[in-house]
Design a protein around this ligand. Structure first.
Ligand code: NAD
Length: 251
């Protein structure tokens, strides 16, 4: 692919797909990877086929991630990478099976690491780039039911800080974006009516975000001209959630 290439894992749905769409509008080429082949087919129909590429892969498969990123680096200028593949569960800590805990860390944390490491190596050889890890406000604050998910996202934030300082000499910036609740298929699965009501009570803006409200910050963090001195940060786009304390009454 000609031009700047943006690699996006979890790019076939929700926030990742919205980032792919916005990136195409800003002149990037989008390389979308996802393990859900049906969602990939739908994404193929939604994104400009001349400037997009699609790959079926599981981000926990080290070899597959390495192969995919190496292929992108060989065929174009890999200037950006977004780790958006993620899974969630809403289970109290005492009821969380170890297998579920391990699986959530494997996808959200190890999967993000594998993409960031592969992209970082390719960008180091190409003279720089930007890596964006999609974390969550659940990695900034403790929230009920988020023992595994929150731990995975807090670790993703620290991973971004570590990689930011190690890769700064190579011209590679690494940041974490921490969305609040966003209307995506993941949230439709995990947020039942009670969870949704609890979120709405604790959000200063009293509403969930649309994926398109997360993408401007993602594109900003990927753009060397706009955020060239910004690295190692965890930025919340969350309707005021992470900064809130005692709330005014709802009526
Ligand atoms: N929606 C929210 O409220 C919210 C809030 C904060 C953070 N996030 C994070 O944003 C990211 C995107 O979430 P979303 O809400 O758009 O969810 P989504 O389910 O719409 O999209 C996630 C995509 O990741 C893919 N995926 C999952 N596991 C994978 C794996 N092992 N390998 C490859 N692909 C895999 C899924 O197939 C899916 O297409 C996730 O990391 C999520 O934790 C979401």
């Amino acid at each position: 692919m000609d031009g700047k290439v943006l690699a996006i894992t979890g790019g076939a749905s929700g926030i990742g797909l919205a980032i792919a769409e916005a990136a195409l509008a800003e002149g990037w080429r989008a390389a979308v990877a996802d393990r859900d082949e049906a969602a990939l087919e739908r994404a193929r129909g939604a994104l400009d086929p001349a400037r997009s590429a699609f790959a079926a892969l599981d981000v926990t498969d080290e070899e597959a991630v390495e192969r995919w990123v190496a292929g992108l680096a060989a065929s174009g200028r890999l200037a950006g990478a977004v780790a958006a593949a993620g899974i969630a569960a809403n289970v109290p800590a005492l009821d969380t099976p170890a297998d579920l805990f391990r699986r959530i860390l494997e996808v959200n944390l190890t999967g993000s690491f594998l993409l960031a490491r592969a992209a970082g190596r390719a960008m180091r050889d190409a003279g720089g780039g930007a890596i964006l890890l999609i974390a969550s406000v659940s990695g900034l604050r403790g929230a009920k039911g988020r023992a595994a998910y929150g731990a995975s996202k807090a670790a993703v934030i620290n991973l971004a800080q570590v990689m930011a300082l190690e890769l700064a000499p190579n011209g590679i910036r690494v940041n974490a974006l921490c969305p609040g609740p966003v209307e995506t298929p993941l949230v439709a699965r995990v947020h039942g009516p009670e969870t949704r009501a609890q979120w709405l009570r604790h959000l200063p803006m009293r509403r969930y975000a649309a994926p398109e409200e997360i993408t401007p910050m993602a594109l900003f963090l990927l753009d060397e001209r706009k955020s060239g001195y910004l690295t190692g940060q965890a930025i919340a786009v969350d309707g005021g959630y992470a900064g809130s304390g005692l709330m005014p009454p709802t009526n």
